[in-house]
Design a protein around this ligand. Structure first.
Ligand SMILES: Cc1ncc(COP(=O)(O)O)c(C=O)c1O
Length: 385
């Protein structure tokens, strides 16, 4: 079996599984907010995890706020920046390729709070256009409440120029949030060097437990409580902490830090796989292949053959892929992200997304290539009838 949907959700890392097996036998389960010694041990554990996570993502421990994952982190950041925006700041700048959480939230702030949304376009390679971003900043600068542009795209894997955008925002004193869900734990990332004001992470994207995650805030006084409760997470996020999830975040990120040397071979293996596929089937298109992409992500289209047909063929070989983002996998249409890149339907409907991890070993690409090749050959034959 080959699981090739890591951008949708990563299986638990072997190191996380080992940790949990031992952890379940420990009998250390208690409310971290209790003052008895068991509760306090758990609190100490959470603070240790905060240090480990901060060390891997390049920030200070007190800049990290644990939560349930990116959707919550994004909602919290937007709530803090927009509900509490100064009256003269009524513009939000975003891009046309954000994950569904962002446009859904922005629709609310547009319709219910009167914000005006400005979208920066991407080029045909899936990269946000810096020129049009600069123009927007020049035109609306003082009225911008927040810029929210992702760091790496979940469908194409294309890495965005978030550091450059961040510098521009810093110069103009504009708050900048970049959705780092697909970047953290997959690529080198240093929050404080990036200049970002906010970033997010979802545990299940990096091999930790689902329902765990964190946000990072350069200045945590900008955050406002959006889940009421007791005084957890410095009063900024009510609810008993998901301490097992938090512990797995630290294990997974520590694992990533010690495995970075495996990224380069993954890049190489992907390149060889894509080249070989294009050699065998010259009509094959790799979306965003001119851009820097996440190491294990390929968005592949074979025009004229529907992505779902290839997906089903691959599944018959026990290879699990998606046709776009996992949350819109049942929509047989060209995705918004691909439309923003100017991709036509014959290519856009033909895509399948492979997203794998260095933990699987790069040999999986050989098996995927064999199965892809057999699938295309079969589907081309069927189409010819
Ligand atoms: C770029 C990006 N942002 C946000 C999310 C939302 O993450 P979650 O569903 O874990 O809250 C995802 C999940 O696919 C994502 O890929």
């Amino acid at each position: 079996m080959i699981y090739a949907d890591y951008n949708g959700s990563a299986p638990l890392l072997p190191s996380v599984k080992d940790y949990l097996k031992k952890r379940f036998d420990s009998d250390l389960f208690a409310n971290p907010n209790a003052i008895h010694s068991m509760g306090q041990k758990i609190t100490l554990g959470i603070e240790k995890c905060r240090e480990v996570v901060a060390n891997v993502v390049g920030c200070y421990p007190d800049q990290i706020l644990f939560n349930s994952g990116s959707s919550e982190g994004i909602s919290h950041i937007l709530f803090s920046c927009l509900e509490y925006a100064q009256k003269n700041k009524n513009i939000i700048v975003t891009s046309s390729i954000e994950h569904a959480v962002i446009p859904a939230a922005l629709k609310f702030y547009e319709e219910r709070r009167g914000f005006i949304i400005k979208k920066v376009d991407v080029d045909k390679d899936g990269v946000v256009k810096i020129d049009s971003f600069n123009k927007m900043i020049a035109e609306f600068g003082p009225s911008i409440a927040l810029v929210t542009i992702m760091a790496a795209n979940n469908e194409t894997g294309v890495i965005q120029p978030y550091k450059e955008l961040s510098k521009i925002c810093e110069t103009h004193k504009i708050l900048f949030f970049s959705d780092t869900t697909q970047l953290i734990g997959k690529e080198e990332f240093n929050f404080n060097e990036s200049g970002l004001d906010f970033a997010v992470c979802s545990g299940h994207k990096i091999g930790a437990l689902t329902g765990s995650g964190f946000l990072i805030a350069k200045n945590s006084t900008l955050l406002k409580s959006h889940i009421f409760g007791s005084h957890q997470e410095k009063g900024l996020r009510g609810g008993t902490q998901h301490y097992l999830g938090i512990e797995t975040l630290a294990v997974a990120l520590d694992d990533f830090m010690n495995s970075k040397e495996k990224l380069l071979p993954l890049y190489e293996a992907r390149k060889n796989f894509e080249n070989e596929l294009k050699k065998q089937y010259p009509l094959t298109q790799i979306i965003g292949d001119k851009s820097k992409r996440l190491a294990g992500t390929s968005l592949i289209s074979y025009p004229g053959i529907h992505g779902q047909a290839i997906q089903i063929e691959l599944e018959s070989h026990n290879i699990f892929v998606t046709t776009s983002a996992a949350c819109s996998d049942n929509q047989p249409e060209t995705s918004q992200v691909l439309m923003a890149m100017g991709i036509q339907d014959d290519v856009g409907r033909g895509v399948i997304r492979l997203s794998i991890s260095y933990h699987q070993g790069v040999e999986v690409y050989q098996e995927i290539l064999k199965a892809m090749s057999a699938a295309i050959k079969k589907l081309e034959r069927i189409k010819a009838y």
